[in-house]
Design a protein around this ligand. Structure first.
Ligand code: GTP
Ligand code: MG
Length: 139
């Protein structure tokens, strides 16, 4: 399959616990190339925009509060079959269901504080990448 891109974000629980480097190492070892990367802080309003698709879900307010509670590390990644392979690497949303060796199995604390985000489609990967990075920041 042709090289394509996905978007990820190391979440506040994982950056606070000092797991940023370990997570990036696992991502690179799995064959993903870093296209763009930074450390930043979401306001609650920006978190709400990013997760607007979940606006009607009961956990939406908690999710926006959590995602703005500390720094995050948004990253654009490139690899063949990037979206599906990355979802496999991070594991299930609920770490209790995540497979051994996945990033969430290793680092997630709960269903909400689950260490990392991964785009669920090529289309959303592009939208989410452009939410954080200008084209001139993507190499
Ligand atoms: P992302 O990669 O972060 O998008 O996770 P996902 O695709 O595995 O899950 P989904 O898009 O359904 O949910 C987005 C995020 O909302 C999850 O990663 C969790 O942080 C949070 N979340 C999902 N379900 C629940 C829930 O039932 N309760 C709480 N508190 N948070 C949830
Ligand atoms: Mg999702």
């Amino acid at each position: 399959m042709a090289q394509n891109r996905t978007f990820t974000m190391i979440k506040p629980d994982a950056t606070a616990d000092g797991h940023t480097g370990a997570i990036i190492k696992l991502i690179e070892e799995a064959g993903f190339r870093i296209v763009a990367l930074k450390k930043t802080l979401l306001t609650k309003e920006l978190a709400g925009k990013f997760y607007a698709v979940h606006a009607e879900r009961p956990f939406y307010n908690d999710l926006c509060a959590y995602m703005s509670s500390g720094p995050i590390v948004p990253i654009i990644l490139e690899k063949d079959n990037a979206v599906a392979d990355f979802r496999k690497l991070i594991g299930a949303t609920n770490p209790a269901n995540a497979e051994e060796g996945t990033i969430r199995k290793l680092f997630a604390k709960s269903m909400e504080a689950n260490a990392i985000h991964g785009s669920d489609s090529d289309e959303n990967a592009e939208i989410e990448s452009n939410f954080f990075f200008a084209q001139t920041e993507q190499y």
